[in-house]
Design a protein around this ligand. Sequence first.
Ligand SMILES: [Zn+2]
Length: 435
Amino acid sequence: MTVRLVGDAVFTVDTTDTVLAPGAVEFEAGTITWIGDPRRVEPAAGTEVRDLGGVLMPGLVNCHAHSPMTLVRSAGDGLPLDRWLSESVWPREAKLTEDDVYWGMALGAAEMLSYGVTTTCEQYRHPAPVTEALLDTGMRALYTVAIFDFADAGPDAGWEAMLAGACELFDTADGKEGRLGVGFGPHAAYTVPPEALRAVAAEAQRRGALLQIHLSESAAECRVVLERYGMSAPALLASQGVLDGRVLAAHAVWLDERDRDLLVQHDVAVAHCPGSNGKLGSGIAPLADLLRRGVRVGLGTDGPASNDDLHLWDEMRLAALLARATAGDPDVLSSRTALRLATRGGAEAMGLPVGVLEVGRPADVVRLRTDDPRFTPSLDDAELLGHLVWAAAGDLVTDVWVAGTPVVESGHCTTVDTERARAEVVQRARRLLDS
Ligand SMILES: [Zn+2]
């Protein structure tokens, strides 16, 4: 059946950033079939018409997240990256069961969907429960299986075993239900040895899969890589052949000129995580310069222990605020670009056809109500865009569709029992902290 959604305005985020006011989006079997002015074109007989008002826009795209970390939300506040990981996060994560991870991912998905994030690029261990939760919750996801080298913790914790698990998951689950992609997530150049990076990259490239890696996040980490290998992390990855395939680099804060040239040469995409980088005191990534060089950039929340939410609305605003503040120039990053980073930019960084409302694209659509002081007044399209970027937030999202399937209705996530997920996460988080 064809569904027509009618809004006071539709932000398409297409190549010319078309705004229709009023506007309508039609979809059938999960794919957008028509977009236009509902006053000019009558719906075909049998079309379900939903006159919603408000703003319709593409679902937001979270380019870098470890969503099961809802179980350790807020852990280690005030610690720098290295101590935050080793003293606060990893000791609790070492006790995780498969059920813990399932509920942590389910709660994270409920949070994202409720606030209009329809796609997430995950990096985490425990492939079975992460995959199960992503499929159950109706999210669109590209799950890059995390690969570390914890060989001291047993044979299953070495990088070879983790890589074998990632390959098996790709070969059995990639493309499932049309909305789950599988990729490879070697953690970082300072946590995974070069031979492992080479092997992971080879497997990813053989499959045409995305490789997601943390890159040059903190100054301390960059010093470790330089001392150990005599070169920067981007140079090390390039020397090992890691940058030759589809690569998404999370953070990319500490980059010199040669590092930036390497990203451009290898068409490496960047997941910009200004909230996480700010909270951990890691620094401010050179967003405006990366965009000027033509690097594909999306936005990421990172895990909810370093953010501490998964909304992405904060990231959109922070990205623009920090770029303008550091450049001393309000024109260095436009509101249009900010909205694009949170939607289409993220999708292009991941290599997915979402983040745009266009005929033939998946019907991942978000509706926001605008009967709120933050949207008052809206005298033209430019003001409406300004309110979306600078004033709105995910609490105004009322309805969400992923591939045309409703997943949030009247502000409530319909695919996750959110109260149960919250209760599960509370008691499991307590056990991780206490035991
Ligand atoms: Zn991360």
